[in-house]
Design a protein around this ligand. Structure first.
Ligand SMILES: NC(=O)c1ccc[n+]([C@@H]2O[C@H](COP(=O)([O-])OP(=O)(O)OC[C@H]3O[C@@H](n4cnc5c(N)ncnc54)[C@H](O)[C@@H]3O)[C@@H](O)[C@H]2O)c1
Length: 286
């Protein structure tokens, strides 16, 4: 897809971070926007700020993990703009912890946002792109979809799945001769609010108001916040995404150092090695 002017972009997780930067980049190219997010207040602010920059924007409060909510997003998009050209299945949450200690509700929360969100986005929007004979889908995975770091289990499982889903989608569209592009975005660290992802986790009031939980989240916010400020900007990621859409690139590796890590993993697979990633500290910073 090379011509964006007047076309329609649907972006999930658009109220913050990479999603908001994708929305800004799409607006700068003259696209009409459907911005979807679970966080009503942040979404309202994000929609307003792009409207003030002159963009035509529809904001839709959406829980990407819910089939019904995503079906409402599809209906709202078609009713407002009658078409959809660029779909960014981007919403996501962090999710770490030791595999034999995590509870099922935590797994469900992370799989719901990070994997079911992409499944629903592909399930609902791809057929419209095929029917109109034009379009591109960008699924946000992560470096964690290419490396398997101890301590990041649920997140890594979802992101490997998003890479696999995107590869299968690419092959199915090619086999169907459908003129629809696919890319999978695999960033390492980006300066967003991902480290505060628990803000969108449905939790019982008892847990949300537990002083120990509040203190733990405050500490994570302070420590991770200082680190994330040193990482790649969401705007730089969004520019790489639009370049990939224009050039029909499939894998978007925003941090060149990721290539060395992929080679190490493939060497281990091909030469009877063992997984060697120590933890998320091994994710390349550049
Ligand atoms: N920041 C990084 O270092 C990094 C690295 C690799 C991949 N990613 C991926 O980038 C994507 C965007 O995350 P970000 O870093 O911009 O974080 P962010 O927290 O700044 O933005 C994520 C957005 O997704 C929304 N969201 C969360 N759950 C949702 C749900 N169920 N339904 C709808 N919206 C929901 C949040 O409200 C938020 O606005 C995620 O898929 C994340 O896994 C981020």
């Amino acid at each position: 897809m090379k011509d964006f002017q007047g076309k329609v972009a649907v972006i999930t997780g658009a109220a913050s971070g990479i999603g908001f930067a994708l929305a800004e980049a799409a607006a700068a190219r003259g696209m009409k926007l459907v911005m979807a997010d679970i966080e009503q207040g942040a979404l309202d602010g994000a929609v307003e700020s792009l409207r003030q920059q002159g963009a035509e924007v529809l904001g839709v409060v959406t829980d990407v993990s819910s089939a019904a909510s995503m079906e409402r997003l599809e209906a709202a998009t078609l009713s407002a703009f009658g078409a959809v050209h660029l779909v960014c299945n981007n919403a996501g949450v962090g999710g770490g912890g030791c595999l034999w200690e995590l509870e099922p509700d935590y797994w469900q929360w992370v799989l719901g946002a990070n994997l079911w969100g992409v499944i629903h986005g592909v399930r609902l929007f791809t057929r419209h792109l095929i029917a109109q004979g034009e379009g591109h889908i960008v699924n946000t995975a992560s470096v964690a979809g290419l490396m398997s770091a101890p301590g990041t289990g649920p997140y890594t499982v979802t992101k490997h799945a998003v890479v696999a889903l995107s590869e299968v989608l690419h092959g199915e569209l090619r086999n169907a001769n459908a003129p629809v592009g696919v890319s999978v975005l695999c960033p390492s660290f980006v300066d967003t609010k991902i480290y505060l992802a628990e803000r969108n986790r449905p939790l019982p009031d008892e847990k949300k108001n537990d002083p120990a939980y509040i203190e733990e989240q405050k500490l994570i916010g302070e420590m991770a916040g200082a680190f994330f400020k040193t990482t790649l900007s969401p705007a730089a990621v969004a520019e790489q995404v639009f370049a990939a859409v224009e050039q029909e690139s499939f894998y978007i590796l925003t941090h060149p150092g990721v290539k060395d890590e992929v080679r190490k993993r493939m060497d281990a697979i091909l030469h009877d090695g063992k997984p060697s990633v120590s933890g998320p500290e091994a994710f390349p910073l550049a």
